[in-house]
Design a protein around this ligand. Sequence first.
Ligand code: COA
Ligand code: AMP
Length: 633
Amino acid sequence: MASRYAEVYARWQADPEAFWEEAARAVEWMAPPARIFHADAGVHGRWFPDATLNACFNLLDRHVRDGRGQQVAIIHDSPLQGFSKCLTYAEVLHEVETLAAVFVAHGVTKGDRVLLYMPMVPEALIGMYACARIGAIHSVVFGGFAAKELATRIDDAAPKMVLAASCGLEPNRVIAYKPLLDAAIALATHKPDAVLVLQRLQLEASLVEGRDLDWAHEVAAAKREGRVAGCVEMQATDPLYILYTSGTTGVPKGVVRDTGGYLVALAWSMRGLYDIAPGEVFWTASDVGWVVGHSYIVYAPLLIGATTLVYEGKPIGTPDAGAFWRVCAEHKVVSLFTAPTALRAIKKDDPGGVHFEKHNTSPLRALFLAGERADANTVDWARDTYGLPIIDHWWQTETGWAIAGNPVGLGMLPIKPGSPTVPMPGFALEALDDAGNPVPPGTMGSLVIKLPMPPGCLPTLWKNDARMRDSYLTAFPGSYNTSDSGAIDADGYVFILGRTDDIINCAGHRLSTGGMEEVLAGHPDVAECAVIGMKDAIKGEAPCGFLVLKAGVMRDHGAIEAEAVSMIRDAIGPVASFKLAIAVDRLPKTRSGKILRGTMKKIADHDAYAMPATIEDPATLDTIAAALRGRGL
Ligand code: COA
Ligand code: AMP
């Protein structure tokens, strides 16, 4: 089938408002949008400024009303617990309206923030839907973050209530979440009124008198008393959630997502990009703590009446490299969305695809990849081994859905190796030089999105319009700066090179090297430091910290390096995957004192590099190379 992409993209270009007005019909509104886009509202315009709706109604109530009550809405597959279970739309709705009543009983109302620190269990989704139902703004913090990171987010979002599980499960250990949360609340200036604790069988948490509530008891009481909460009418522009993501400093950015535009964009993407029909099973193997999880585990599948899958396991080791294919076969998954890291890990353990052959994955039509660069080796290997289209797509926490992808629902375009294909309707993408002029096709530049950004993209950062402007809108006036560099070729295909800022991507997780440096600088023996992302065969990139010790420090360097590693684990969390700190005599710098992290990275990656013209002392580069060689790198 010839792709309709060119025609659809041209239709959007010709009349963006008409395009999104039509797309908005996939959503059920309380007050339908009379005005589609208001350019002068907010920081950079607002979508559907006069419309009202409720997100939870669109995900649950309307499908139950329309006869999907007995269809499975959520599959929970947990190899870490050894079971899977299914919840129907009717069951999820009942859990959600009841939990929402518990929130209301504890004083949570429209506009209040609710923070979630939860593993991959259905209750995480139920908690998020319950927030949406009553207009509370949820903010989910990934379980791999440590207490200090959690505290920063608690202070920024100022939640009235926190939802937490007693523990999370990793293959070799049970992670006690509650002590981390208690430590975070102790560190934070803002104190939530209540903490609703989901006690899991693997580890019971102790509850703080007067603050902590037992999830199961609260819900059981509400059920006994028949208490439920209805859907609150929200402005399309009201925040649905805040999701924190790494910035270039240790202070994370609170990406705000609005309600109406987000649902419209997600609904369009499920048809146009992913080609998923109501009733089908769409599995996103990510975590509810990331944007990919928010959009394509929590919201989009139920929005269109499909089934979502909550997977509490890993691509390998739970129990083997066939885990993904076992899940696909068992639950008749039609499309799997994961990070390239997961495929690289599977490829390492099962290069011949023996595990894949063992399972009947015939309903599976495509494998989508995002979150980090999909290297051509892995993509080619997966295509040949699995005989499936491997579809790379590029997006960010800020955009909420794909900036560029291969629109399977409009008819797939030919795949070019190394390219996430073409911009989605709504995204006017350009590659610019430093002066802000478009570069010729195929030439590297800064990738920017000409304003307005489409529905679904962040209207602002939480309580920080100024940081929104400074971070994204000032470098290239009239455009949103993605902070990714890349090229657009003569056919309109996009190629992503990497970040232009100090953010690295480790196992599809976005990490701030600046944030890690702030932590390392706090070590009493460290005079200065630099963190870079080194190539990693499985995780894409992994952080490596170089430490210059204070003059006169006589302690064993190995001990200081080990302390540095545990400082990052304690302050940021295991998610940082920070395993390598190396003490060096000096760091390479420019004459004006700027650390040459880019050149250090090239040395670490064994890539060719040109001697920076402004380097203060070229010999410092040899110091770095020698230090890495000393570690066998
Ligand atoms: N709660 C607590 N700790 C967590 C966690 C969670 N939800 N998720 C991960 N961690 C821990 C891990 O146990 C690991 O700890 P360790 O240093 O003690 O081994 C650390 O955080 C790093 O996690 P991660 O980088 O995800 O590696 P991993 O060892 O868990 O798994 C692979 C790595 C190889 C299995 C990888 O292929 C993978 O699938 N990673 C996740 C990719 C992903 O879903 N990205 C989301 C973006 S779309
Ligand atoms: P996050 O906000 O955590 O989703 O991370 C967004 C960043 O991940 C982007 O700015 C890119 O640098 C990187 N990224 C995401 N998807 C891709 C992709 N398909 N190809 C290359 N880089 C990607």
